[in-house]
Design a protein around this ligand. Structure first.
Ligand SMILES: Nc1ncnc2c1ncn2[C@@H]1O[C@H](COP(=O)(O)OP(=O)(O)OP(=O)(O)O)[C@@H](O)[C@H]1O
Ligand SMILES: [Mg+2]
Length: 744
């Protein structure tokens, strides 16, 4: 059947039904769901080879075939003689999988671990898996990985792959990274936010610790810049590439990339050429199998059904960051004999990964980037053309276990003239609140003096500090407050940490802990295959707490708990068991931190208003106000925003005057996701820098709220919240003064 993952929108299903029937008869294979929640658990079996390369050669022969093997000794010499080395090599030459092992073989692991950072989780996990196989050990023993909320290492671990965020957090606990003898910062050219911060921190660590080796791998174009940043350190080039990749450009620009990609994939499929296909799409919506293959049925696609009916089977596997990890792991499993695998991915599969058997890459030429959007005052994912560097990485996913082809669905001239050479570093385009918090807690007083490769724009930094100030993490002078210090302890977004911290005083920390854990995993609800869709929506409504999605989550968790954490119960209620187990793990980990930090666990029992107020205390800056039937506008910006159709508040006939939202998602409209009704007074009380209460016909009276307004929120109709803006200017002015910046 078709996998319907994370189905968000309530849509007409008759079309789905037809499509489903069509494909079930045609070429999709069934996937068996297994019941575990750690990525490592999904990859327990040895990866089965699918290419000739992997089938015919032993693992040792495969290792020795790689370009890096020819320069192994030279590489080790240069590392021995220098503390920092930049390593450059073609995609697939062996940087990620071999460097760690060479260092291990050369004795570096006798006095510490060899760590290797990756910008993405799926890369950290899958590469660790491969290296554990090459070293003939079980994943989690000699070779392990760590990602947020998932530590798959042990006492025995000597080679550790991890996300750059994990190493950054480790440097909080252990500023000299004493557990490591070498750190490889892989895929540095991706310039993720965490990598950029690590650059500055690790450079200092190396200057303090002469026994630590730092190796930075990069694509060719950035290597000089990196070498310069670290003080003209040597650049080592790995010559040669594993297998050739033919690059084929589109002759004309494509109007619809989804349609063009489907067409291209099917052409490859029907051509009879051997090998699996990897398609890059910008976002999850493009990938969700339904949309992707719907476009195939459009008349302009020119695909004749008879052709497809005679074609061999094709297994379509999506991968994107919000997909539960067991489903992500499926892309690495070998398809049954005679079935061609077609992976449809976002840029999470763009770097580092080797999927054995991929011979064809289809590149739509777009990606989604997180960019600070001043209109909504926060980061938003938006679709942009990729950079040349992205394009090369994508092409590099073919040609790893055999010669490959890359079909670019854009013209050569667009590649040369319209695409940036490299993507703008994340640090220059996103909210830095977490980084500011982290650096402040490391004692970096003046962030503008921190050694950044490309410093973030001043305004960006100040805006992030402002957001932290709103949450009470920074004081008026921009210094860390005790709350801010506590917030750093949690591997969460600042607002979520804040919510956990205030929940203790408000007497609902046990409940908020569950809510925060629920918000930290991909979607827990699923909509099953066609016939029972309506039924699943009805079941879902059973959990709904009409005034709050947050409380709905709490309700689901509590009921699951009351049913002894049963997976049967989950299945009966269209809830992902694995996601719920993950929630339970996350809860346990966060609970440990709370205990360490002496934050008591208390439940407010059945008085759930307290919980709503607590949520309001951390999210008052994301509030919306009712305007007309079912329409909301953001209280601070006046921007219209909509309830998401999956919200418990959607279409329930209950439309509270004020709500706060967890996040905004921008698809066709601006949707607020995960929403809770709040009282107007709470907003004024908890977010006094933004709101005060204005009584009809009277002037503003913040301190003079009539008692009955406290008790009867129906009275809110007479109260309008007034949005203040002036304090922001004052705060920023002060910061500019403290940091000796020019006035605006
Ligand atoms: N799971 C796997 N199955 C088969 N071969 C693999 C696997 N993982 C790696 N390889 C082989 O090892 C080679 C090197 O992989 P590695 O990830 O170390 O390259 P890399 O230089 O880091 O590439 P990139 O720049 O794309 O990250 C691949 O080209 C492939 O031949
Ligand atoms: Mg690599």
């Amino acid at each position: 059947g078709i996998l319907f993952n994370n189905e968000d929108e309530k849509e007409d299903t008759s079309f789905e039904k037809n499509i489903c029937r069509f494909f079930m008869g045609l070429f999709l294979i069934f996937h068996v769901f297994r019941a575990e929640q750690k990525f490592a658990d999904h990859m327990k079996e040895k990866n089965e080879a699918s290419s000739e390369f992997a089938k015919k050669k032993t693992l040792l022969e495969q290792r020795q075939y790689l370009p890096i093997f020819a320069v192994r000794q030279q590489l080790l010499n240069i590392i021995r003689d220098n503390n920092i080395v930049i390593v450059v090599g073609e995609t697939g030459s062996g940087k990620t999988t071999q460097l760690t092992q060479y260092l291990h073989e050369d004795g570096y692991t006798s006095y510490g671990m060899v760590g290797c950072t990756q910008p993405r989780r799926v890369a950290a996990m899958s590469v660790a898996k491969r290296v554990s196989e090459e070293m003939n050990s079980n994943l989690g023993e000699e070779v392990g990985y760590a990602i947020r909320f998932e530590d798959c290492t042990s006492e025995k671990t000597v080679i550790k792959y991890m996300t750059d965020g994990i190493l950054l957090r480790e440097s909080l606990r252990e500023s000299d990274l004493d557990h490591y003898s070498a750190v490889i910062m892989d895929e540095a050219h991706e310039r993720s936010l965490n990598t950029d911060v690590l650059f500055g921190l690790l450079q200092e660590v190396v200057s303090r610790r002469s026994d630590l080796k730092l190796i930075v791998t990069s694509a060719t174009m950035d290597s000089d810049k990196f070498a310069g940043f670290f003080g003209n350190v040597p650049i080592f080039n790995i010559p040669g590439r594993t297998f050739p990749v033919d690059i084929l450009f589109s002759k004309v620009p494509q109007e619809d990339y989804v349609e063009a990609a489907v067409k291209q994939a099917l052409q490859i499929h029907l051509s009879g050429m051997m090998g699996d296909i990897l398609i890059f799409m910008p976002g999850q919506e493009d990938i969700e199998v339904r949309r992707f293959f719907t476009s195939l049925l459009q008349p302009q696609c020119n695909m004749r059904l008879e052709d497809l009916e005679n074609a061999p089977p094709l297994a379509v596997l999506p991968i994107y960051s919000q997909l539960p990890s067991d489903l992500q792991a499926k892309i690495f499993q070998k398809a049954p004999d005679g079935v061609r695998k077609c992976i449809v991915a976002t840029n999470i599969a763009e770097t580092s990964l080797t999927v054995d058997g991929i011979m064809f890459v289809v590149d739509a030429g777009y990606c989604k980037l997180k960019v600070f959007n001043p209109r909504i005052g926060m980061d938003a994912l938006q679709v942009y053309p990729i950079s040349q560097a992205n394009a090369n990485q994508r092409a590099g996913r073919a040609g790893r276990t055999g010669p490959g082809q890359c079909y670019r669905l854009y013209t050569q001239s667009a590649f040369k003239n319209e695409m940036l050479t490299t993507t703008i570093p994340e640090i220059q385009r996103t909210n830095l609140a977490n980084v500011v918090l982290l650096l402040k807690s490391l004692g970096v007083q003046d962030l503008l003096l921190f050694h950044f490769m490309d410093p973030p724009p001043e305004d960006n930094m100040l805006n992030s500090m402002y957001q932290l100030w709103i949450l009470g993490a920074l004081d008026n002078t921009g210094a860390l407050t005790p709350t801010g210090r506590l917030m750093v302890e949690f591997p969460l977004d600042p607002a979520l940490s804040k919510m956990l911290i205030v929940s203790c005083d408000m007497g609902c920390s046990a409940d908020i802990l569950i809510i925060v854990s629920m918000l930290s995993v991909p979607s827990i609800f699923y909509r099953p295959k066609v016939p029972s869709v309506h039924c699943s929506d009805q079941v879902r409504e059973k959990f709904s707490v009409p005034e709050s999605d947050h409380l709905t989550y709490l309700n689901v968790y509590l009921q699951w708990k009351n049913n002894n954490y049963s997976s049967i119960w989950c299945n009966d209620h269209f809830i992902h068991t694995k996601a719920m187990r993950k929630v339970r793990e996350v809860r346990a980990q966060l609970k440990d931190i709370m205990v360490q930090q002496k934050i008591n666990l208390v439940s407010c029992g059945s008085d759930w208003d307290v919980i709503r107020k607590c949520i309001c205390a951390a999210y008052f800056h994301q509030a919306a106000k009712l305007k007309g039937i079912g329409e909301y506008v953001n209280v601070r910006t006046g921007m219209p925003c909509h309830l998401h159709p999956t919200s418990a508040l959607f279409g329930m006939g209950y439309t509270p005057d004020y709500i706060i939202y967890h996040e905004l998602v921008m698809t066709t409209k601006e949707y607020m996701q995960c929403v809770t009704a709040v009282d107007g007074e709470w907003l004024a009380e908890l977010g006094p820098m933004f709101y005060s209460i204005k009584h009809a016909g009277k002037s503003r009276q913040v301190s003079n709220i009539l008692p009955e307004y406290h008790t009867q929120h129906i009275q809110c109709a007479f109260v309008t919240l007034d949005h203040k803006t002036s304090h922001k200017g004052q705060f920023l002015k002060k910061l500019r003064f403290i940091y000796h910046m020019k006035a605006e």
